[in-house]
Ligand binder design. Structure first.
Ligand code: DOR
Ligand code: ZN
Length: 361
């Protein structure tokens, strides 16, 4: 098994860990290869049925995740949860200020109402939360955005992101010029251009949006495992993302964010099946493939680019690398077959043979 490259364990800036029986299954996959993850707040508190919409729930959710980490990886396993707060029409300013001051969360996530899984507490109209954005801007709290419109029968779903960028996102950018904005999972030319052209604006990108286009949803029949939101896009968008990946990293604009989003396969393989790709078990291998496709076989260059990609948002969030667990992860040349499922959850590349494997020290 030859070593291809070694990295400081990266940070995944976009992860769904759930708050139910799935957490135990999926969390170890992220904890194995990353030093820290930005935890998305669209998880339901099993006691109250509420999403992670206030600082008390953030604290409770983090405690739950820490207990699952201890149970599955051992009590002294070093791994950090970077928490975020779910922005709603009713976000309480005092709670936002005190929760942020106390370090409970580092960012706030905005979901347009109904735009994706777990967005039923999302905002109905951006102007309703202008006063919250004002305070976030003053305090330097990053706003993480799911960049799609709420659904409408008149709108082409493939254009949902571009329309959002040209309307809501542009409005926010124009009215809150100091607000730090992270455009999550960019999938289109318009989004990446927006990120590149605007100051105080960054993006994250998933492995699936680099490696695939929307043909993958229909290849050989319907492929629910390739259904995520935002959807995989047309070939020209995929090409633009890849063509500009390296430039966006060099400019410190684009960060690693897998959007690993596990659902039980039975909840995906049915009418109205859930959106989300469970990529955590193969995330680094998949990103490596995307980097190799763009940068060729220069593993030194790939290493520098991947490392930078993993750390770009540290200063945006105000986190010191020294405060995170310091571990290495190696990518090795090693043939292995991705399991068809992990306890009822199908991973990306299920059943496929990969030639590269990420190995924990
Ligand atoms: O495909 C997705 N799944 N997109 C999201 O924005 C949410 C995620 C989930 O939580 O399952
Ligand atoms: Zn997500």
């Amino acid at each position: 098994m030859g070593q291809i490259l070694e990295l400081d364990k990266p940070i995944d800036w976009h992860t769904h860990l759930r708050w139910d029986e799935r957490t135990k299954i999926v969390l170890p996959h992220s904890a194995r290869v990353f030093s820290a993850v930005e935890v998305m707040p669209n998880a339901k508190d099993p006691d109250t049925g509420k999403m992670v919409v206030d600082s008390k729930t953030v604290a409770k959710y983090k405690k739950y995740l820490q207990s699952v980490l201890a149970e599955t990886m051992g009590s002294d396993y070093e791994f950090e949860f970077i928490m975020s707060l779910y922005l709603t029409d009713k976000t309480d300013i005092q709670d936002l200020k005190s929760g942020y001051r106390d370090g409970l969360f580092k960012a706030v996530k905005m979901y347009p109402l109904g735009a994706t899984t777990g967005s039923d507490a999302g905002i109905s109209e951006v102007k309703n939360v202008a006063h919250v954005l004002e305070v976030m801007s003053e305090l330097g709290i990053p706003l993480l955005i799911h960049p799609e419109m709420s659904p409408s029968k008149e709108m082409n779903i493939l254009e949902s992101e571009s329309i959002f960028v040209n309307s809501t996102l542009s409005w926010i950018r124009k009215n809150f010029s100091n607000l730090k904005i992270v455009v999550e999972h960019v999938t289109t030319k318009e989004s990446l251009k927006f990120v590149l052209e605007n100051s105080n604006t960054w993006g994250t990108i998933t492995p699936q949006h680099l490696l695939f286009n929307h043909n993958a949803i229909f290849e050989g029949g319907l492929q629910p495992d390739m259904y995520c939101l935002p959807l995989l896009k047309q070939i020209e968008h995929q090409k633009y993302l890849n063509d500009n990946l390296f430039k966006a990293i060099v400019l410190d604009k684009l960060a690693l964010g897998t959007d690993t989003a596990p659902h039980m396969s039975k909840d995906k393989y049915k009418p109205c099946g859930c959106a989300g790709v469970f990529s955590a078990p193969v995330a680094l291998e998949a990103y490596y493939q995307a980097f190799k496709n763009n940068l060729g076989n220069d593993n030194e260059l790939i290493k520098v680019a991947m490392q930078r990609f993993a750390h770009i948002l540290l200063p945006v969030y105000g986190i010191n690398l020294e405060d995170l667990p310091k571990r290495d992860i190696s990518l090795l040349k090693s043939s292995w077959q991705v399991p068809k499922e992990y306890e009822g959850i199908t991973p990306m590349f299920a059943g496929q043979t990969l030639e590269v494997k990420a190995l924990n020290e």
